[in-house]
Design a protein. Structure first.
Lengths: 290, 211
């Protein structure tokens, strides 16, 4: 089993989809950083210099707040469109590396090779592990890299709640971390995003049997997330805190993120996913190759 | 080893693809499967390897039913339809991956089987760039690697040159003498007659006769 797991994880990190997803994610991250530096950080610094030089004579003196890391990090920065773009593409990026692998291997006969050498259970488990890790990695790396690079020019300090520049209020989830321990806040959200990246990739695996082409398999998680987002937004507004698209976004755009809702939504996603994955593949026949 | 197929029926979307198959295969013989395209040869092979589940009946290996007592035959090597491997890996690396799953086959044995089917074990060319014949050779090597008790080959000599066909035939006869069950489907009547101890004729999912 160990060997099988190692193989699947290694394979999942060597796909073209893995590199494409990583490149797209990192490009958004780099663009965001450059955009923020030019359009927010530099003008802010100029203003800061003016305020400081003017001293007590400037009315802004004493009300100027230094830009903190969480105002600049792609995960929680909302001035540029990058946060929205990254989290819109999040399910697609996650599914790209290995979400379509079961579809491919089932069709070309490689799955038959594996199933006749280890059990179905082990094969599907290893495949899910590969998809989970690669899906998590491609969303984690851009966020992490963006955080590190941003920290190279923006001080790693918490945002002052009085500055009114924070994207979240002190009533929001993990607000104390956001204001006082920004690194922990970012790390916690990166962990959540890693997990959801993995889960989105596994959603693709679980619905493999429903589709007749690989594009639908890979695109399904994004479609699912969009439907969930707009469906809940318009039909079930009181359940918006369970919305995965909001849960994964450190900017907490709706202001409805709750720890309990996040735990429940995660547990429900894992449960439904496991059930669908197991039921669909337990007795699935391996018929004609494509 | 004894493989028993009892009243095996498989219905897919209301079409009976295997109909009341009854067969007993024992070690030390090559069984040749003959039949037209779509007659059910490949489906029968899939049934034996546990890749499809029966609508009725069962396949049992040494008394253990596939899908009930065991998930798949414990010692099987199969080449069904097109050989498929990891595109980026070389022949050797691909076989190593599979060998590890089969409980670890010594590297020397993998090397030797690659040479026997006519592939260079040292070559680093990835599977994705193999010719059709090379892919087929690797598929056969994977199926017979580690000398499993049950060997299933679907059209093994497709796309192979005459010289390699002879080598494969030699290899199969050798394995037969080592008490393996070998099931081969082949459209080349002459080759199948030469290789097989028993010919199983399949037509529209039914066994019409075996000699």
């Amino acid at each position: 089993m160990k060997q099988l797991l190692r193989n699947e994880i290694k394979k999942s990190m060597r796909t073209k989809g893995f590199f494409i997803a990583l490149c797209v994610g990192m490009s958004i991250g780099l663009f965001q950083m450059a955009w923020f530096y030019k359009n927010v950080y530099l003008p802010n610094n100029e203003e800061y210099a003016q305020v400081i030089n003017a001293g007590y004579e400037d009315t802004l003196y004493g009300t100027w707040f230094e830009t903190g890391i969480l105002q600049a990090w792609m995960g929680s920065e909302i001035y540029s469109p990058c946060n929205q773009l990254f989290y819109l593409l999040f399910p697609l990026l996650a599914a790209l590396p290995y979400g379509g692998s079961l579809y491919q291997e089932w069709g070309d006969g490689y799955a038959a090779q594996m199933i006749s050498r280890c059990s179905r259970k082990k094969y599907f488990l290893a495949k899910a592990a590969g998809a989970f890790i690669s899906g998590g990695t491609v969303v984690f790396v851009p966020l992490f890299l963006n955080f590190i690079l941003t920290a190279c020019y923006v001080p790693v300090i918490g945002t002052d709640p009085l500055s009114m520049q924070a994207v979240i209020s002190n009533k929001d989830m993990w607000a104390s971390l956001f204001f006082e321990q920004p690194v922990l806040y970012a790390m916690a959200y990166m962990a959540v995003d890693f997990m959801y990246g993995g889960l989105f990739a596994c959603i693709s695996l679980a619905v493999t049997h429903c589709f007749d082409n690989i594009f639908s398999v890979i695109a399904f998680p994004m479609l699912f997330a969009c439907c969930l987002y707009y469906g809940m937004d318009s039909l079930l507004p009181s359940f918006r805190s369970y919305n995965i698209s909001d849960i994964i976004n450190p900017a907490q755009l709706t202001g409805m993120n709750r720890c309990s809702a996040m735990s429940l939504a995660t547990a429900a996603t894992v449960l439904i996913l496991t059930l669908v994955y197991c039921v669909a593949n337990h007795k699935r026949d391996m018929l004609k190759q494509r | 080893m004894e493989l028993v197929i009892k009243d095996y029926t498989k219905i897919i979307r209301k079409v009976t693809v295997l109909d009341q198959i009854n067969l007993t295969l024992t070690g030390g013989k090559i069984y040749g499967l003959r039949g037209k395209n779509g007659s059910g040869k490949t489906m029968l092979m899939r049934a034996i390897t546990g890749l499809i589940r029966p609508t009725a009946g069962y396949v049992a290996i040494d008394g253990k039913k596939i899908g009930k007592d065991i998930d798949f035959p414990q010692s099987v090597g199969a080449l069904i339809e097109n050989p498929s491997f990891i595109q980026e890996y070389s022949a050797m690396d691909n076989l190593k991956v599979l060998a590890n799953l089969s409980g670890g086959i010594p590297e020397e044995d993998i090397r030797s089987i690659l040479e026997r089917v006519g592939l260079n074990a040292q070559e680093s060319k990835p599977f994705g760039r193999f010719s059709l014949g090379m892919k087929q050779k690797l598929g056969i090597a994977a199926a017979v690697m580690g000398k499993p008790q049950l060997i299933i080959l679907d059209e093994p000599i497709n796309a192979l040159d005459e010289y390699t066909v002879e080598r494969i035939k030699e290899l199969l006869l050798e394995l037969r003498n080592e008490d393996r069950i070998i099931l081969v489907a082949c459209h080349d009547r002459e080759e199948l007659d030469y290789l097989s101890d028993v010919i199983i004729h399949i037509q529209e999912g039914r066994i019409v006769n075996d000699r």
